[in-house]
Design a binder for this molecule. Sequence first.
Ligand code: NAX
Length: 325
Amino acid sequence: WKPPVTVAVTGAAGAIGYSLLFKIASGEMLGPDQPVVLSLLDLPTSMDKVQGVMMELADCAFPLLHGMGGFSDARAAFEGVDYACLVGATPRGPGMERKDLLLKNAEIFAAQGKALNAGAPGAKVVVVGNPANTNCLIGMMNAPDMPRANWTAMTRLDQTRAEGLLAAKAGVSVNAVDRVVIWGNHSATQFPDISHATVGGKWAKEAIPDEWYKSTFIPEVAQRGAAIIKARGASSAASAAQAAVFHVRDWALGSRGKWASMGVISNGSYGIGEDLVYSVPVVCYPGEYRRVGGISIDPYAAQMMEATRKELIAERDAIKHLLPK
Ligand code: NAX
């Protein structure tokens, strides 16, 4: 057996946590030979629920689950963790403006960034809680001792949604779909890009009508979360947990040459500028990701990428006063 690694999950009493924790404990995220210790963080008012989740985790008798603890304090929860899945966030309440939501969550992620910086500066972080990209930016900026590359925001659910939709349209299995890219924000402005995608070995753009791509595919991927809420009466939970598993699994174990989309700190490439957490295609090697470089961007893609970039800049402006100088 390998020595155990510790994985923190925030929002552990929530809907995504309820699916994600069991996947991690079963080995689905870090591999079938990797023991794990789980650190569950939620609000003080949710500690009974956290206890209940831990009872169920114990009842599964997962061979890889070597320990767990429930916490309501971020510093205690993050001490020495190897991975942190930051799922918990304040939901948009009645009458709450988007700006209020950004500010409320920025405070949470500023505090969690500081706590990770203090107790686990080597941790690899995926931010799931919305607004994920900007929450990630603020956490990263409050963790000056951590490599910025260790902070990522999840857009993998958008990728898998896009892959599923494209496969269905082309009448192929999802295995036959490759190189779909999600650019930008995990929001309605995201750009699901099939310019470089292949479907069953053919260029997706040749296999799929352009009209369907622009008028149906892009808005459907971007609005899929709302469609799930309408159908289920609750937001995506199992699919979000699965996407978090894919995101961290690729990062930890490598993506075997496959492209994956992740929100990562921008480095000036593709006209994105700097200091934004913007989703780009990466290829993962065990423990690291590398941006895919040299992709051609046509005028339509450039326009879509710019729209989502502008939204991220506006989000950053709204919480600017919380970013350390
Ligand atoms: P739930 O409302 O079921 O659970 C959220 C949990 O977080 C609650 O138990 C709450 O007590 C806890 N929480 C709130 N503030 C916290 C804090 N400061 N520290 C620790 N825990 C805290 O939401 P759920 O459906 O699990 O969704 C969680 C987040 O994921 C939401 O922000 C949601 O918008 C976001 N999503 C992100 C997705 C993505 O692709 N990036 C997709 C799915 C999901 O919508």
